[in-house]
Write a protein that binds this ligand. Structure first.
Ligand code: SF4
Length: 394
């Protein structure tokens, strides 16, 4: 009944089964809060595919330096099931975790996709690009007696793809695989494909809705609007902090002193104020729960520079300069959000102090960090460049 009510508010394009884009965007949020948005979108999309209005999206997935976490996360999509999506929406051609065939037979499918439908398929990359010794610490295929590196295969297949989507923080920004001191010289996909734009669906792992929602947008409307780090704004447009149910505690200065408590987790290291993701409304494991709902701090896994710039996960840096030279303890700041977020949090802190809401304990909440590499060293091990998009926000 609930889904019926929701669907009645959604309009379809005249004489077509396809959703209007603005209704799709509505479903992304409403479907996250109240139900599974993929479940809502899949039936009309499957009908549109069956009616020939759109064609199944050809997809190939290459896994490079990774733990396969994003495949496992994607498998965890509940309603519809992953197999529903494969049957009705996507033409999932090659994926080393899911291939039914093995070895040369599987590799041949990848080669055929590349050769026969250039500029028509989506390349999904999972895992970071291992660059040390020309990528030879990460072999992903074997062809005519030659071992093929992830670096080489992603470049070759990526240059002829219609869209390149990097899923997970390793593929998007280097992630844990590129952690300091980064002996494998690992990096994100955009750094090895500077000629073209890469859509970053970050997260450790990426949420299945973020992956599937991005693919659905590509199938129905083309490239989604991206924010400054190449992430779709529909999923990464707001901070965790802005939508957090414990925000009132933060504003009132009511803080947990230990992990496991019910209050705002800012003092025990929560990185929600500098982390862009919609986890508070979407939640995880079929919307069952999410880290802050389990009384553990957000660790900022969707941000560039994760994990180094977010570590230690249970303490803060005294990052925010305050009028009069005082520094307010806050989260460690992601590479890109440093300026803006610092200003926003400082502004918020000033107004809260003025109103007397932030308690004394906030000003003394910094837990000193030990054995942390310098920011400069961390930045060097997480270097990345981003390809500007015409619809990418500055
Ligand atoms: Fe929620 Fe963390 Fe912000 Fe507190 S600091 S309100 S727990 S996101």
């Amino acid at each position: 009944m609930f889904y019926k009510d929701l669907l009645e508010t959604i309009s379809f394009q005249e004489e077509s089964i396809m959703l209007r884009r603005r209704d799709f965007l509505k479903l992304v949020v409403k479907g996250a809060i109240m139900g599974n948005f993929c479940q809502l979108i899949t039936p009309p999309l499957a009908e549109a595919v069956a009616a020939g209005e759109i064609k199944k999206l050809p997809v190939v997935m290459i896994e490079a330096g990774s733990c396969t976490g994003d495949s496992i996360s994607l498998d965890n999509i509940w309603t519809p099931t992953f197999s529903d999506i494969l049957s009705n929406i996507a033409d999932w051609r090659y994926d080393c975790s899911m291939n039914q065939v093995q070895g040369m037979d599987a590799y041949q499918i990848l080669q055929d996709t590349y050769a026969k439908i250039p500029n028509d398929y989506v390349l999904i990359v999972q895992g970071s690009m291992v660059r040390r010794d020309s990528g030879h610490y990460n072999h992903v295929a074997y062809d005519k007696g030659q071992l093929i590196t992830g670096l080489e295969l992603v470049r070759r297949i990526g240059l002829k793809a219609k869209y390149v989507v990097a899923i997970g923080s390793c593929a998007a920004f280097g992630g844990p695989v590129s952690g300091y001191p980064n002996p494998s010289l690992s990096t994100g996909v955009q750094n090895i494909l500077p000629e073209r734009r890469v859509i970053n669906v970050s997260g450790c792992p990426a949420h299945p809705d973020w992956i599937m929602g991005t693919l659905l947008h590509l199938a129905l409307y083309g490239e989604p609007e991206l924010e400054k780090f190449g992430r779709p704004k529909l999923f990464y447009g707001e901070t965790v902090h802005n939508r957090c149910p414990r925000r009132r505690d933060y504003d009132q200065g009511i803080f947990a002193t230990d992990i496991g408590q019910k209050e705002c987790l800012f003092r025990v290291g929560c990185k929600g104020p500098v982390t862009y993701a919609d986890c508070p409304i979407r939640r995880w494991n079929d919307r069952l729960n999410w880290p802050i709902g389990c009384n553990t701090p957000c660790i900022g896994c969707t941000e560039p520079g994760f994990p180094d710039l977010m570590e230690p996960f249970t303490s803060h840096l005294p990052d925010i300069p305050f009028p009069g030279g005082v520094k307010v303890a806050t989260d460690s700041i992601g590479l890109g959000v440093l300026g803006l977020t610092s200003a926003a949090i400082a502004g918020h802190a000033v107004s809260s102090l003025y109103k007397g809401r932030i308690q004394r304990n906030l000003l003394h909440s910094t837990v000193k960090r030990h054995h942390r590499p310098t920011l400069k060293k961390v930045k060097v091990s997480h270097q990345y460049k981003l390809k500007k998009s015409p619809n990418c926000e500055e």
